[in-house]
Design a protein around this ligand. Sequence first.
Ligand SMILES: [Zn+2]
Length: 288
Amino acid sequence: MKKMMLVLCLGVQIAYAQSADDSIKTQIRKIDGNLYFIDCVNGFGGGNVTASIGEDGILLADDMYAMMSARLRATLATISAKPVRIVLNSHFHGDHIQGNSGFRESAVIVAHRNVAARLIRNNSSKALLPHVSFSDSLTIRFNGEDIRLIHFPYSHTDGDAAIYFTGSKVLHLGDMFFFGMFPAVYAEGGGNIRQLVSSIDQLLQQIPPDAHVVPGHGALATMRDLADYAAMLKETIAIVETNLRNGKTLEQMRTEKVLAKYDALGSGGAQTTDQYLGMLVKLLTEKK
Ligand SMILES: [Zn+2]
């Protein structure tokens, strides 16, 4: 599972995911009002999904792997018989958007313009491509509230949209937020860990403190959890920067367990502590 999620987030090891066993289930829980949190149990079927289910039908923020679409539909049908009319993509990774291929039958797919650009550049299936692209921000009125998509450049990737349900106060962050585990940041996908920290700081200022937060991976969270995550990122970046300045190698940092304080996050399901340390050293020694 650990290695699996890390690799899956790269969006390249799709064959592995599609051969995953059928025991993976989706589960849904109500957050507030029209808003629901959907994730997987018994294995990894993709990133977390936020659903708005009401009079206008169903809107999804992210839609997991394609192999989960039938299960996702069945789960949604337990709440409403209405169709999925809009799908918002938080970024281009397959574990968050492969469901586009099936849901596009009834839904308009919306994403930042860099999502479409990357999918085209990567020769991804046309069935994944968004119908609507935006640059800086976009507001959608659905089920009685404004839903704002805000682009945060160069964070987890270069096409991250924070999706905020303004009436329900629910913030869907995709992989800008891994909760209870170390995050993955992909320079090759346009990600930048320093910019990610700045993006989260902006969100902490802009979004009310009592909002619910849906991370890309991990349990439903709070703005307090998001603040703790930002503090962890800053502290681990500072530790690695200091060690790099002092001429320490990655091996020395691993031996000295410089991130021991956060070791519990290493068994959270994404990267181990040593893998996260390796990623930080790589990201922080690359040209800024
Ligand atoms: Zn991702």
